[in-house]
Write a protein that binds this ligand. Structure first.
Ligand code: NAD
Ligand code: MG
Length: 399
């Protein structure tokens, strides 16, 4: 395996599962943006052939530290190196667990190279859904969704449909709806007047899941669910109008498929990403993931609510962007990345996240075609516009 984003929350859970099955999995390469100590620990435990970093200065520190411990890993630097470890002939499986659009080029390269792609990096599909799915179809890559909701839907779909969603339609498979569950995040019941004063520390504290900072803020704003609607659209060839969001605060049902005959098939489990990761790693087998069994008696009840689009405008913005098509989802994603970063750095308020995204989506982008170059141009234009808006707004924000 190559693990892109090995130092992150998904990357660490992947390594945890791999360590439980040393006879099945060999870690060929790992990457991380900056956490060199974590990479050193990974090197000592898994002895990967390659470690990829983003900056030469960190790479030199790591090379010295590896030398001192007589560990024989080669340290590479930069985006091309990420692509190289994703497509290397020795690699069968690529865990795509970099956060944000930065993960797209290597994830796309893994798909083009026909790998088994374990897809956690949902931003790849939001930014370049059509291109990515085309690459999967043409190369024969095996795509396994790791995002818990999409993994649950995958498990709840008929085998034929889940493996070849582009060869039949929902109508032919008897599928009426995908029901994407959402915990509602930490602010589901917070007074509306308080939302503007939410701090980054509060926003990254998810009630059920332990995750990276960006996805935690996305979960708090419900943009995560918006990105996941777009992700489900591409992964399962699902018409947007047939994807519903169901707020389910306990995060026990990870999502559901509703069929024509009245059946609703769901996947349940403890909120622990090692379950979908192990499922993807071993598919179609089932392996130990270290996850504690679900105790239905202590859970006792499961609740469901409709999403509150006034409280959480980001979800509606995501539906709007995917309906608009073209470069709009790429703009949505880029604007959101800038917004989350600005919020985490105290430059904008929590309630300005959707405002910033909406203002970026309202700009007329002079692009309608969807090749990689144009998508990346839309991405960088949206980031530039969003950053200029933040610079204007920040003047009035007290941090
Ligand atoms: P994280 O912040 O914990 O880890 C991100 C990883 O990406 C780290 O290894 C980091 O070093 C690397 N990285 C960051 N910026 C980079 C850059 N510019 N170039 C290269 N590498 C970079 O994030 P996470 O929570 O593990 O999430 C990773 C992806 O998985 C995200 O797309 C997220 O939406 C998705 N996901 C996460 C969870 C979860 O439970 N954490 C669940 C579902 C989906
Ligand atoms: Mg999810």
């Amino acid at each position: 395996m190559s693990i892109l984003g090995a130092t992150g929350s998904i990357g660490q859970s992947t390594l945890d599962v791999a360590a439980r099955h040393p006879e099945r999995y060999e870690v060929f390469a790992v990457s991380g943006a900056s956490q060199v100590e974590k990479l050193l620990a990974i090197a000592a435990q898994f002895e990967p052939r390659y470690i990829v970093l983003l900056e030469e200065s960190k790479a030199q520190w790591l090379r010295d530290a590896l030398n001192q411990k007589a560990l024989n890993c080669e340290v590479l630097v930069g985006e091309q190196a990420l692509i190289d470890i994703a497509v290397a002939p020795e690699v069968d499986t690529v865990m795509a667990a970099i956060v944000g659009a930065a993960g797209m080029p290597a994830t796309l390269a893994a798909a083009k190279a026909g790998k088994r792609v374990l897809l956690a990096n949902k931003e790849t599909l939001v930014l370049a859904g059509q291109l990515f799915m085309d690459a999967v179809k043409h190369s024969g890559a095996q795509l396994l969704p790791i995002d818990s909701e999409h993994n649950a839907i995958f498990q709840s779909l008929p085998v034929q449909f889940r493996e070849h969603p582009y060869q039949s339609s929902f109508e032919q498979a008897g599928i009426e709806k995908l029901l994407l569950t959402a915990s509602g995040g930490p602010f589901r019941t917070r007074a509306l007047d308080d939302l503007a004063s939410i701090t980054p520390a509060e926003a990254v504290k998810h009630p059920n899941w332990s995750m990276g900072r960006k996805i935690s803020v996305d979960s708090a704003s419900l943009m995560n669910k918006g990105l996941e609607v777009i992700e489900a659209h591409w992964l399962f060839n699902a018409p947007i109008d047939l994807i519903d969001v169901v707020v389910h605060p306990q995060s026990v049902i990870h999502s559901m498929v509703q069929y024509r005959d009245g059946s609703v098939i769901a996947q349940l489990g403890s909120p622990d990403m090692r379950t979908p990761i192990a499922y993807g790693m071993a598919y179609p087998e089932r392996i130990q993931a270290g996850v504690k069994p679900l105790d239905l008696f202590s859970i006792a009840r499961l609740d469901f609510e409709a999403p509150d689009l006034v409280r959480f405008p980001c979800l509606a913005l995501a539906y709007k962007a995917i309906r608009q098509g073209g470069v709009a989802p790429a703009v949505l994603n880029a604007a959101n990345e800038v917004a989350v970063d600005s919020f985490l750095n105290g430059k904008i308020k929590f309630t300005q996240i959707p405002e910033l995204i909406e203002s970026c989506l309202s700009v007329q982008y002079d692009l309608s075609a969807l090749n990689l170059e144009e998508l990346l141009l839309a991405d960088s234009q949206a980031r530039a516009y969003a950053n200029s808006q933040v610079a204007n707004w920040s003047v009035g924000v007290a941090c």
